[in-house]
Design a protein around this ligand. Structure first.
Ligand SMILES: [Zn+2]
Length: 136
């Protein structure tokens, strides 16, 4: 269930009516859900995680790993699906990740923590994505 290019909202007001208040706060205002509260923190179900705002495919369950940080973590993204933006808010130098298609906020990406051989952690808000389980 992916929005076509012409269906994508153009303004924040259009997004506001499509999304729940909490989805809007995270996706469109770069909010962060509280750790351990998201529905996909410990999910192992095979499938593809889609952008909750526009439906684009973002992450695969094969790349999800247990980071014990309280948010779903992936050591890879579907190529070209996410874009990185440097974020210096809160006095920290971080890299924000957004959906490349609709520019909605997903979370942050961290490197050099040593969790997996790829050594990258896409730290994603559950509310920014929706899992479509693999059929069968
Ligand atoms: Zn999107």
């Amino acid at each position: 269930m992916s929005l076509s290019e012409s269906e994508l909202p153009r303004t924040e007001e259009e997004w506001r009516v499509r999304l729940s208040p909490e989805e809007f706060r995270v996706l469109r205002e770069a909010g962060t859900e509280r750790p351990w509260t998201g529905e996909y923190v410990e999910t192992k179900t095979p499938g593809v995680y889609h952008c909750r705002a526009c439906g684009a495919e973002l992450f695969r369950s094969e790349d999800k790993f247990d980071s014990h940080c309280g948010w779903p973590s992936f050591d890879d993204a579907i190529p070209g699906a996410v874009k990185e933006i440097s974020d210096n808010t809160l006095g920290m130098r971080r890299t924000e990740i957004r959906c490349a298609r609709c520019d909605s906020h997903l979370g942050h990406v961290f490197e050099g923590e040593g969790f997996t051989p790829k050594d990258i952690r896409h730290c994603v808000n559950s509310i920014s994505v929706r899992l479509e389980p693999t059929q069968g």
